[in-house]
Structures are given as C-alpha cells and as structure tokens.
Write a protein that binds this ligand. Sequence first.
Ligand SMILES: Cc1cc2nc3c(=O)[nH]c(=O)nc-3n(C[C@H](O)[C@H](O)[C@H](O)COP(=O)(O)O)c2cc1C
Length: 196
Amino acid sequence: MSKKPIRLAVVVGSTRKGRLGPTVAKWFIEQARTHGDLDIAVLDLAEAGLPAELSGPPKDGVYASPQVTAYAAEVAAADAFVVITPEYNRGYPAGLKLAIDSVYSEWHAKPVAFVSHGGYSGGLRAVEQLRQVFVELHAMTIRDSVSFPMANEQFSEGGKPRDAEGAAVAAKQMLNQLVWWAEALRTAREDRPYAF
Ligand SMILES: Cc1cc2nc3c(=O)[nH]c(=O)nc-3n(C[C@H](O)[C@H](O)[C@H](O)COP(=O)(O)O)c2cc1C
C-alpha cells in the first residue's frame, strides 16, 4: 500500500469579483493542515482560465487548450477533492460546471467532499445538485459536508466563522470520511486501474 500523503485538491468554485469563496477556502485549508498528512493543492477556478467552450477529449494527455491541459494535470494528480461552492439561484456556479465538464477520466474513482456557503440555504441545494453531477464522473461523494448559512455574516470577523468550534468539528468529521475513501480508492486504483 502506498504511504505517500493524500494529495487533496481544494477547488474554489466561485469566480466573481469580491467573492467570499477564497475566505472560506482559506479557513478550510487551515483545518485540513491540522488534520494530518495531506498534500494540499488549491485549484482556484478564477485563475484557471478555462475556455468557455469545452475542448473535447485529450490526445496523449494533451487537450486543445493549454489551460485545460494544466488544469487536467492538477485534477489527475489529486487523490481527493474538496469543492468550496456558493449557491446561486438554488444551484451551483456555472463556472464550476465548466470546470467539472472540462475533464473526465481525471475524476474517476476519487472521493469528493463539499464546503458550501450561501444565504439561508447554506449552499446545501448546490451540494445536492453537485452530487448528481459527480456520480456521472464515476466519483464518490462524501456523506458529511460543511455548510455556512448567511456566510457573509459568519465570516465577517477576520476570516473566521462565527461558530469556529462547531465548524471545525464538522470539517474534521468530513475530512475523516474523505481521507478514508481517498486511501481506500488510491489503493484500489493502484491495484487495478479503474477503466469502465
Ligand atoms: C447571483 C446570486 C444568487 C444567489 N442565490 C442564492 C440562493 O439561491 N440561495 C442562497 O442561499 N444564497 C444565494 N446567494 C448568496 C450566496 O450563495 C452567498 O452570498 C455566497 O457566500 C456567495 O459566494 P461568493 O461571494 O463566493 O460568490 C446568491 C448570490 C448571488 C450572487
């Protein structure tokens, strides 16, 4: 069994100017750093520069767009994902869908967890929709998530959530589940390539 640290990609799903997403991501990354042996990468979709038009399947790992090739390499290198998503009009951001659809086999047989931030819903409706999308990518979504209702108010005090203790407990529980799946699925992928 591989002893390498789990490579965790934290996907920042909102891209608009003045977004809260990076504040939530920064808080989450602090939680993940204290969790254990994780090799953490940040995939900020505002910086990925993905073209709006899907580029189609790669040839020998190279996509038509260099931005997609670079992004695909990051997704391929990851053993696990945490998607930080806001909720927009009861769904998840269009830019996040573009990022999900831009690659395919790179998601396969890997676990995906969610940290959501929204208004009254806490982004939970966006998360439920994302679960439906990720099943099509042969990904395994994690039961527990972390959710921030009225997130702008929650993070108004120096980038820390108001209920910092409760949020840390929720993040730990989610990370426990995510790491369990990440290790199990990495071992399974190494043992037998997932090719279905
Ligand atoms: C266009 C738009 C639509 C939104 N729709 C919802 C919604 O349907 N439900 C909800 O709870 N919050 C909604 N919100 C609030 C956001 O989810 C919340 O403010 C979130 O933290 C914004 O994240 P961001 O600043 O990273 O984009 C909406 C915000 C925007 C900008």
